[in-house]
Design a protein around this ligand. Structure first.
Ligand code: AMP
Ligand code: ZN
Length: 137
């Protein structure tokens, strides 16, 4: 439990939330901002700010719960599609510093769009980026 963390307060039951699932590792509740019908958050019980701080095994478990809940959202609300989003850092849109995964129901022409424009990087650039990543694995 981290002081002044809104999601820790929800986990502790000190702030109300509309819960859909909980187990020993994670809880799922409705996002208070329903950007789409059935916008759900999955949150690990143990506080970690984001993927840079969490144990990789705990991160894997979070996504196992996410798969379970996302399938229930699909079956229960019947959207044609679902996106899963997990922001890490302000520039990525993270506003709550307790790791969380968004489940977003999707419809055709719903206006959601990541920028998938091609940077047209050449093979030398790809190799430089890949080398920088490999050096840190
Ligand atoms: P992000 O921008 O990825 O950090 O997402 C944070 C999400 O938490 C936003 O979609 C908020 O609407 C949601 N949120 C913040 N406070 C609460 C709360 N008390 N109950 C439910 N959802 C919340
Ligand atoms: Zn927290």
């Amino acid at each position: 439990m981290a002081a002044d963390c809104i999601f820790c307060s929800i986990i502790e039951g000190n702030i109300p939330a509309t819960r859909v699932y909980e187990d020993a590792d994670a809880i799922a509740f409705m996002d208070r901002t329903q950007t789409v019908p059935g916008h759900v958050l999955i949150v690990p019980r143990q506080h970690a700010a984001n993927l840079f701080e969490v144990d990789p095994q705990a991160y894997a478990r979070l996504f196992a719960v996410t798969a379970q809940v996302a399938r229930a959202v699909k079956a229960g609300l019947n959207p044609p599609a679902i996106s899963v989003l997990q922001n890490n850092g302000r520039e990525a849109g993270q506003t709550v510093d307790h790791l969380h995964v968004h489940i977003l129901t999707r419809e055709a022409h719903d206006g959601y769009r990541m920028n998938w424009d091609d940077l047209h990087a050449n093979s030398e650039q790809l190799e430089r980026w890949a080398a920088s990543i490999r050096e840190n694995l």
